[in-house]
Design a protein around this ligand. Sequence first.
Ligand code: ZN
Length: 304
Amino acid sequence: MEKLINGTAAAGTVRFMAAITTEIAREAVRRHQTSPTVSAALGRVLTGTLLLGASLKEFDRLTVKIECDGAVKGITAEADMHGRVRGYVKNPHPELPPKENGKFDVSGVIGDGTFYVIRESGYEIGLHREPYVGSVPLVSGEIAEDFAYYLAKSEQIPSAVLLGVLLQNQEPFVAASGGVIIQMMPGANEHIITMIEDTIRHAPHITTVIKDGATAEDLVKLALGEIDFEILEERAVEFKCNCSFDRAVSLISSLGRAEVAAMLREDKGATMTCGFCNEIYTLDERDLQKMLDAEKVEDKVNAT
Ligand code: ZN
């Protein structure tokens, strides 16, 4: 499986996180059937979300949400401490001609809007605390710059953020995807900062090296150059949603007895599509009948 690493350099004054996400972006594109420009946008957001969530602990969840006025309308991605990430775009299909430099016009499909980061804890065990929500206006719509701006403004961490998705014309449409974030912690000295900025400025594009087989560690080397670093944590990452057939069943039974009976009578079944991963769950007559027989479905006649 693909890997996410995080660690420190320069006596702890520099922090980094890096990941290869080619398989993750492929899975997202396969599930959501996104146009090329939207595939690039979604892949970058999924990667950035995983990187921001690199030090999540058990029961933590991190969501990045972009609300925007461009054709894509919005992008949401969510990561947990197990390296699972899932995400979707509101409108997967808009496409624009490439920019003059031949790159996908990601900022064109995003437009103006707001970049949100939501950190939650304990949601799975019923110990839900008030989530932390940070937000900044979108400054570029190219995603990496927006992550950097959020980190600088909202979390006061000056950061270099490199996110890249390389596409190809045939399946699987993603040829390479990944990212690295370098953060300057208090006490980082000017010389180190200048060295890193210089290294990044002269580095090859990350998707070029990922396509050639670079690992997450190689991405850190690409950004830090000669500076020694130490990997503190490593986790496997994948595109994985927490929806399931059982969850679809409990969602449908929560609609109430009358509604379930009507579905059985009129539609002879029910289908549910997960908004996050586009998985379709089909319940047949037997499943609905079982629900009614189990009497787990509450009578909702007076509920409203
Ligand atoms: Zn799902």
